[in-house]
Design a protein around this ligand. Structure first.
Ligand code: PMP
Length: 408
């Protein structure tokens, strides 16, 4: 465990963790689904509704101007956090799913033609798969899929060959929510750009756990959700290079995204407003800014190494369980472990350890093609965050051992 990492002071900032469920201390290992929120985030949202609440961009009065300023500052904070060149390249959405749907809708109108394809990976979450699939299928096209090895690593030779089939776009997860694999996205962007193909990176599972530099990655788009990075639900981000966002048509129409409107025609607002129709979730955006400030106050490499320690301890200790099979054993992986135990249904295992106070996710994790690839109905997934401890890993492994014995 990293000495400079003060886990107790971090846990104090997440009061929800300090509770018992079914008379047992809560062990929260469902962080890939959503993280808990620190006090500073909860307080920021509360302060907004207590003192600043107002609709933005529209009012001449004091509160409206204050709220608008705060919202636009939050946009700048996000831009700095992911190293975007300009704040107008940051579009606030409801989350990763809406960001991908926005892109798929805009791309369809912009340049999808009969028989076109989109290249995705074999480990995508449904949110970065179904919108693209539906889009190309409306034009009698289909998805191309980058295969993966039994370890859960993408086959870059196949990727290179698939790029030769000239897909219109590549959409790939930075980190898999089932396998924990960290994909070599920088290299994948470089390879796609050599053939003039734009790349969308799904950063839902990476942004809380590693520094993101969209200029260094050189990706055309990067999408993520606030709620998986200690921020409130209901806010997320679509980053896009300005030259792309300028070209793409709006996604939704209504107030705020327009310039001049008459019954005959409408002209649209400039970036980023062109993509933000209607009233946004201002309170959540300010909560997202608070979450970013919270992360920035920490030594992020210490956080990363703490999460790596938890992962390695969990894998090491689970190894001793008879009949265990890990799903996802990539060399380069982030803080989650997925597994099945021979003769035990993941759902039953999850239900029993829940009664021991352990919260994990079971099932297909919104990535059914991954389950098909590994020939399993689902997995048990334990996913870690900065506030988890080695003692919790021990409690989790002991609970899995007991449940496996009971169920076999
Ligand atoms: N992509 C990945 C890799 C995810 O893990 C998730 C959430 N599980 C999503 C996309 C969708 O995120 P949201 O539900 O916040 O839109």
């Amino acid at each position: 465990m990293n000495e400079s990492f003060d886990i107790q002071s971090i846990r104090k900032q997440f009061p929800i963790l300090d509770q018992e469920v079914y008379g047992k201390p809560l062990v929260y290992f469902d962080n890939a689904a959503t993280t808990q929120k620190p006090l500073c985030v909860i307080e920021r949202e509360r302060a907004y509704y207590l003192n600043e609440n107002c609709n933005i961009h529209r009012g001449v009065h004091y509160l409206s101007q204050k709220a608008t300023e705060a919202y636009e500052n939050a946009r700048k904070t996000v831009a700095d956090f992911i190293h975007a060149r300009e704040a107008r390249e940051v579009i606030f959405t409801r989350g990763t799913t809406e960001s991908v749907n926005l892109l798929a809708t805009s791309f369809e109108h912009f340049f999808i033609q009969e028989g076109d394809t989109v290249l995705v990976s074999a480990m995508e979450h449904h949110s970065n798969l179904v919108p693209w699939q539906q889009m190309v299928q409306r034009h009698h096209g289909n998805l191309l899929v980058i295969p993966m090895s039994d370890q859960g690593e993408l086959d870059l030779n196949c990727y290179s060959e698939l790029l030769d089939q000239r897909p219109k776009l590549v959409a790939v997860a930075h980190v898999s929510n089932v396998l924990g694999t960290i994909n070599p996205v920088k290299e994948m962007v470089r390879m796609a750009h050599e053939k003039g193909i734009p790349v969308v990176i799904d950063g839902a599972q990476s942004v809380a756990h590693m520094p993101i530099d969209v200029q260094d990655l050189d990706c055309d788009f990067f999408v993520f959700s606030g709620h998986k990075m200690y921020a409130p639900m209901g806010v997320g981000v679509l980053y896009g290079k300005a030259e792309w966002l300028e070209k793409l048509p709006p996604y939704q129409f209504g107030g705020e995204m327009v310039d001049v409107v008459s019954f005959e025609r409408t002209t649209f607002n400039v970036l980023p407003y062109k993509f933000e129709a209607g009233t946004p979730n201002v309170g959540a955006a300010l909560g997202l800014e608070a979450a970013i400030r919270f992360l920035q106050r920490l030594d992020r490499s210490a956080v990363e190494s703490h999460e790596a320690t938890l992962l390695h301890a969990a894998v090491d200790r689970l190894c001793g369980i008879e009949g265990i099979r890990f799903i996802g054993e990539a060399k380069n992986r982030s803080g989650l472990v997925s597994f099945v135990v021979k003769g035990v249904h993941p759902y039953d295992l999850g239900t029993i350890i829940d009664k021991m106070g352990i919260a994990v996710r079971t099932g297909h994790h919104c990535a059914e093609p991954v389950m098909t690839r590994f020939g399993i109905p689902g997995t048990v997934r334990a996913s870690f965050a900065m506030y988890n401890t080695l003692e919790e890993v021990d409690a989790f492994v002991a609970a899995v051992k007991r449940a496996a014995l009971m169920l076999r």
